[in-house]
Design a protein around this ligand. Structure first.
Ligand code: SF4
Length: 272
């Protein structure tokens, strides 16, 4: 009879498995990132730290969807309001008090999106955590503070970019969204992308990359190059929550952000 693990041990083991998955160790190799100026000017890796003393257990499982990705509904250009904020509000109104997937059951606040409706750069994460669920705003917890620091290292402010997630309601216990949940919710994200029309997208973590690219691959195989999400440049990097668990990977994340900066023609701010 298999030995039953106590909940704490089981959670610790699951966290360790996620950790290795985050590292792309499902295939026991990591693809090197070539020709990148790691730790370039303007970056103070120490500023990427957050002192907020709260636990966070993100999920970045590269679980593949069990059914084909649905085609993202397009908003016909002639029906788009001239004002992108209004267009985003139309989508928000359509989502309403959503019960389209099981995640609605544990939700306090639906986390729609945040930032500049005409942003040149958009970040996509996995789903809300406890802080986001409480406030209804993406990336406001400890990982959010780190994301803010990453944005600042790029010479931008949070209000310059747009931020959203694959799913808009918090998965219980911060687990990875199930494929049916992600497939049900992500078309709303795709419509937000259609409205914002960023010049570049940054997928934060394996789940965001999986659902934006429509394919499952270890994160290590996706980083370090430019992909396309329906014609928009897409760069894949680590989820900030993973970087909190393993700060050694910040240099690699910075290399990914430098790719996005290069595509946008951005220069890092001069150090004071
Ligand atoms: Fe609706 Fe998305 Fe929330 Fe599911 S996660 S209930 S699809 S808003």
């Amino acid at each position: 009879m298999p030995r039953q693990l106590d909940p704490a041990t089981r959670e610790a083991l699951l966290a360790r498995v996620r950790f290795y998955r985050d590292l792309g160790l499902t295939e026991f190799y990591r693809r090197p990132v070539d020709n990148l100026n790691l730790g370039g000017p303007g970056l103070d890796l120490e500023t990427w730290e957050s002192n907020e003393p709260q636990p966070h257990t993100p999920e970045e499982s590269p679980i593949a969807p069990r059914k084909p990705f649905p085609a993202a509904p397009q908003i016909a250009a002639e029906t788009l309001p001239a004002n992108r904020a209004s267009a985003l509000q139309i989508i928000r109104d359509e989502i309403g008090d959503c019960t389209r997937c099981a995640l609605h059951a544990g939700r306090n606040k639906l986390v729609y999106g945040d930032g500049n409706p005409a942003a040149r750069l958009m970040f996509v994460g996995e789903g809300p955590g406890a802080d986001e669920d409480a406030q209804g705003i993406p990336f406001v917890g400890r990982a959010g503070q780190l994301l803010n620091n990453m944005i600042a290292a790029m010479g931008l402010q949070r209000q310059d970019v747009y931020i959203a997630n694959i799913v808009k309601c918090r998965p219980p216990g911060n687990r990875t969204p199930e494929p049916d949940e992600a497939n049900t919710c992500s078309p709303f994200l795709f419509r937000q992308i259609d409205v914002v029309r960023p010049e570049a997208l940054v997928a934060l973590g394996a789940t965001a990359a999986t659902y934006l690219l429509g394919q499952r691959q270890p994160l290590a195989g996706l980083r370090g190059r430019v992909h396309s999400f329906r014609g928009t440049k897409l760069i894949v990097t680590y989820h900030p929550a993973f970087l909190l668990r393993d700060p050694r990977q910040k240099k690699e994340a910075w290399a990914d952000l430098q790719i996005a900066m290069r595509e946008l023609g951005l220069k890092p701010p001069a150090k004071a």
